[in-house]
Design a protein around this ligand. Structure first.
Ligand code: SF4
Length: 65
């Protein structure tokens, strides 16, 4: 699985890092971002929490493939 986060859409609610800190973090720009920038590959053991974060994001800024 790969995860993507659209910073232009993110409203900085802080939900995704609280659900899946292995993949999402709040960054210096005040928006959420993917940990290890540039490496969007999600470890298999946290794939379920990435899906939870995707579904929980209030503005649908997170997508996966
Ligand atoms: S859940 Fe969505 S709006 Fe909230 S910090 Fe994460 S990407 Fe941004």
């Amino acid at each position: 699985m790969k995860a993507y986060l659209d910073k232009d859409t993110c409203i900085s609610c802080g939900l995704c890092p609280s659900i899946c800190p292995e993949v999402f973090e709040m960054q210096d720009d005040g928006k959420a971002g993917i940990c290890n920038n540039g490496k969007n590959i999600v470890p298999e053991d946290v794939a379920d929490s990435v899906t939870d974060a995707e579904e929980a994001c209030p503005v649908a800024a997170i997508s996966t493939e």
